[in-house]
Design a protein around this ligand. Sequence first.
Ligand SMILES: NC(=O)c1ccc[n+]([C@@H]2O[C@H](COP(=O)([O-])OP(=O)(O)OC[C@H]3O[C@@H](n4cnc5c(N)ncnc54)[C@H](O)[C@@H]3O)[C@@H](O)[C@H]2O)c1
Length: 277
Amino acid sequence: MAYNLLKGKKGIIFGALNNQSIAWKVAERAHEEGAEIVLSNAPIALRMGTINELAEKINAEVISVDATSLEDLENLITKSMEIFGGKMDFILHSIGMSPNVRKGIDYDALNYDYYHKTLDVSAFSLHKVLSTARKMDAIKEWGSVVALSYVAAQRTFAGYNDMADAKAILESIARSFGYMYGREKQIRINTISQSPTPTTAGSGVSGFDKLEDFSDRMSPLGNATADDCAGYCITLFSDLTRKVTMQNLFHDGGFSSMGMSFRAIEQYEKSFKECPE
Ligand SMILES: NC(=O)c1ccc[n+]([C@@H]2O[C@H](COP(=O)([O-])OP(=O)(O)OC[C@H]3O[C@@H](n4cnc5c(N)ncnc54)[C@H](O)[C@@H]3O)[C@@H](O)[C@H]2O)c1
């Protein structure tokens, strides 16, 4: 059901690769809620993914951007402001990639060029987006920026590798910029810490299916889906959350407050029966 929560609002959504992507669900939901959207993704994602299907469905322009390039970002913001006829109300940063994870290189043996790439794509890109938008005065007062994070920023999850470091930096950038941009223009910046979600990036993490199952068993409400995440993003882009800023907001069915659940204990006990020694 739509509530017109974003009626008249305009925003850029980064990171819709295919219909599994969290950004894809956010774009669909934002459109239903009345927003006008510009979609953006990396050149390779435009070639390999299906973003044009989404663009057609929600009547959005697609602008190719490597989010690590300041030049690309400046071009994106200039063109988006032309399309919108002025400043925008919201931005979704839904970008993540680790060459170390992709190549199965363990944390204790990271390739440092890849490590730098992980941080640049997955964390510094948020700083670059915000810094470019601020320089170009592209976001309206009381606008809202949301980036997607994961609880591995606070606690260690086997296999999440250098993405944990990227998420910790991402959350810190949201706070540091949230202070500056909030004081100057009442622009709010938050991160949403989302449950494991079966997407292209998510499924690339080693042991993802076990992580997803564990997380679901541990969470009293079960894992939050990409659709659930879209709903939460809409509330943060809306005027109903105007005083929420500089927060890392857990959207994980309760996982981050749990220590152990009966459902997880039951599964753990089974493994003792199967492997008695
Ligand atoms: N899937 C999960 O389990 C999960 C959980 C918590 C947080 N997240 C975060 O959600 C966000 C979206 O990921 P997703 O799960 O929807 O997967 P996804 O693979 O659909 O999206 C990741 C996006 O990042 C884009 N990207 C990569 N390099 C880029 C670059 N240089 N410039 C611009 N875009 C680039 C990709 O093209 C892709 O569209 C990421 O930040 C991810 O870390 C995902």
